[in-house]
Design a protein around this ligand. Structure first.
Ligand code: SF4
Length: 345
């Protein structure tokens, strides 16, 4: 069995659901990525701009780099989609964050994969592993590794398993057998573009992250622009809509992996519980969870917007109290929610 095939088999044995290999080469999409950043669509995600030249040419980081092994891990579990949940007293947390923080889990598996290649490689071996970090623009390499096509919603979509998966990469100095990109199967479909409540998909394949609910509720640290608050609906951390409506996810594969099963109460959580969380309870509840990224202030800001959008006037008393909260971002969003719900009376 060739080294490439042994690497793929080992990665699958480690628990990855898809594995592909891309060559390190110039890719036109990397220039598109630069243009996208220059247009300001990344908002405050300045880390995406960091080392942009290196991201567009990984040999500036690792001169001897030849191949990128791209691994995908399904996080989808057998639970309802956000678009089927209609209880006005409940919010939505993006399904990727229901389980443990994937960064640590995937990194560990990638290190094991690197170790395996090192032992198997006939030549001196060099590698680096990345998950959402480093100089690899993961979706572009995933495309060239044949993991899936770049959908109009900007997710990588695989014909067999859909798009609910994480990506991780091992960059190596070894030449391997390369996979081919797969054809774009979005066709004439525009469901994701039409379904986005904040019109964040400006046109096929171009996402303005500054309007995306995931960016607004996770990455943005300040006030959420007033004109986008209504579109956020009941989302309190991330958003799944453009993937929920994608026909390629209608029979998406699920995982039984215990690390990615939802923690108690995270599927369609009640506003009652979330609005009463203290900073200490937040830290405890979301220890080793992707949700800790929003921090307490950001999470409460999101919950307040979702409550403001709920039309549930029973929350008015608690909102009134939070208008006086010592944390300005909380008090400002509580005032907005209070005013909005007051008009429903
Ligand atoms: Fe492509 Fe349709 Fe899926 Fe959007 S919803 S990513 S257009 S297949």
């Amino acid at each position: 069995m060739s080294l490439s095939r042994r690497i793929k088999k080992y990665a699958t044995d480690l628990g990855f659901d898809l594995v592909g290999i891309a060559p390190v080469q110039t890719m036109p999409e990397l220039n598109f990525y630069k243009d996208w950043l220059a247009a300001g669509y990344a908002g405050e995600m300045k880390y995406l701009e960091r080392n942009i030249e290196k991201k567009c040419d990984v040999t500036q980081v690792v001169p001897e780099a030849k191949s990128v092994v791209v691994c995908a891990k399904i996080y989808h579990t057998d639970h309802p989609l956000s678009i089927t949940q209609k209880d006005p007293e409940r919010g939505w947390i993006s399904r990727y964050s229901w389980g443990d923080d994937y960064h640590d889990l995937i990194k560990k598996q990638l290190f094991e994969l690197s170790e395996f290649v090192e032992n198997e490689s006939p030549q001196p071996f060099y590698s680096r592993a990345y998950t959402d970090t480093g100089p690899i623009v993961d979706r572009i390499y995933a495309k060239y590794a044949g993991i899936g096509w770049f959908g109009k919603n900007t997710c990588i979509i695989n014909q067999q398993i859909g798009s609910w998966f994480f990506l991780g990469e091992v960059l190596t100095n070894i030449e391997l057998e390369y996979d081919e990109p797969v054809p774009d199967r979005c066709g004439t479909c525009t469901r994701c573009i039409e379904a986005c409540p904040t019109d964040a998909i400006l046109e096929p394949y171009i996402l303005d992250a500054t309007k995306c609910i995931s960016y607004l509720t996770i990455e943005l640290k300040d006030d959420i622009p007033v004109e986008l608050r209504e579109g956020i609906g009941n989302h309190v951390f991330g958003c799944d809509i453009c993937q929920d409506v994608c026909p390629w996810n209608s029979k998406a594969a699920t995982t039984e992996d215990s690390a990615y099963q939802p923690r108690m109460g995270l599927v369609n959580p009640g506003f009652d519980e979330m609005i009463n969380l203290s900073p200490e309870e937040f830290s405890q509840k979301f220890r080793k969870s992707p949700i800790k990224r929003s921090k307490y202030k950001g999470f409460m800001r999101n919950v307040l917007i979702a409550i403001g959008n709920s039309a549930q006037t029973k929350f008015l008393p608690i909102l009134e109290g939070l208008c006086e909260n010592e944390e300005p971002i909380i008090s400002r969003h509580a005032s907005w929610a209070f005013d909005k719900l007051s008009k429903k009376k």
